[in-house]
Design a protein around this ligand. Sequence first.
Ligand SMILES: Cc1ncc(COP(=O)(O)O)c(C=O)c1O
Length: 448
Amino acid sequence: MSEHNFYDSLRDFAATDPLRLCMPGHKGKRLPMPEWDALAALDFTELGPTGDLYGPGDDWLEEAQRLWAWDWGMNAAFFATGGSTQGIFTLLALFTRPGDTVLVDRVSHRSIHNALALFDLRPVWLERPWVQNRALTGPVEQQTLARALEEHPEATAVLLTDPTYYGVHSELDDLARLCHAAGKKLLVDGAHGAHLPLVLPGEQNCLLGRNPYQNCDGVTVSTHKTLPAPGQTAVVLVNGKSMKQLRAASALTATTSTCFPMLAALDCLRPWLHENKNAYRETARRCAELRADYPCLTLPGLDPCRVTLQVEDGHQTAQALEARGIYAEMADRDHVVFICSAADTEADFARLRSALDALGLGKRPPAISDLPAPPAPEPVLSPRQARFSTAESLPLAAAEGKIAAQWLAPYPPGVPVIAPGERVTKKILDYLYKLCYSSNSAILVCKE
Ligand SMILES: Cc1ncc(COP(=O)(O)O)c(C=O)c1O
């Protein structure tokens, strides 16, 4: 195709001043919120000249997605406007069938727990190793995956999270080899990894740099989390499946009223990434300097653009930063997590540094109490049975022996202590109490 692109095609169409006797109701003119006015012109419904995200393809929109797949060195890409939540649903719809067993990272976001219930999948949990003195879990270990693959030949797929919220990144190439040798698909929730090809060290394996997901069967990356893209935008990338299959799987849980400005933003983001590789490397360099100067998490293979402070009291540190107008992504008892991107300027880093200096945190992380999460309890019901059961809310003190209808994933360590369908045991309750839950804290359990 020509130099033209999807974004230009929308602008050209808007410039013809079409009389829009169709959705959306603003007709491309005005929205009650002035900041959105400039976008209204591009906010179309599916019309001949706009293309259709869920249509037969062969339009500018399909070309824009094809170019993303090309840049990442994967077979097909799809623009998800429902974030990586939609991406996770898409991957599971594409690679699994209801009732399948799936080996799932215990460090999984709630969207994965929801997907397991919606698609009636049976999780076998993959536990991660505890990292001493860091109050969190490390990368997925090969031997853990190898053992689970051997013990569960019936599993159809493996679903991992990479990187984690704290920036922990696993050796996905090795894990993909293990999965493929056992005839299983490797799917990855890469919600926090959209920028990784620009900054990961190692040999270039795609046009953007080093794509850590290249040997996986499918990944979803939340462009909105770490790249300059609007909220809710994500891209799903797959190998071994066609665009048509990807589109059909995605349609299962998507709105039929696609937001065209979001799609145009993804189209414009692709060339931007090529032009701004150096900007991300500069961000990674500044993050490395921060890690050297403040009490930060350091582990091999960390996301170069994630900075995790390890402090005496994460909540208090985050509050002290907020008092100075600085807002972290997340804080827990022991950590404060900053997402850094190319949009953070030298002046922004300097502002963060002077606030951290004022807090007098020192250079070395303090010793913290290690409270590894107990192993996942035996499942009694499937996630689907538990999530769609009649549930009641009980105080923890009355929940022993009951079956959980919700998950509880306290941070740290961000590992679900209990998931829907699992029995609440004394061991689980004792752990929650040690983490400062009270016997009056509520938990949703299945009604008997
Ligand atoms: C690890 C992880 N996976 C998936 C999601 C869902 O992504 P999105 O917000 O793009 O739907 C999140 C959101 O925070 C997340 O942290």
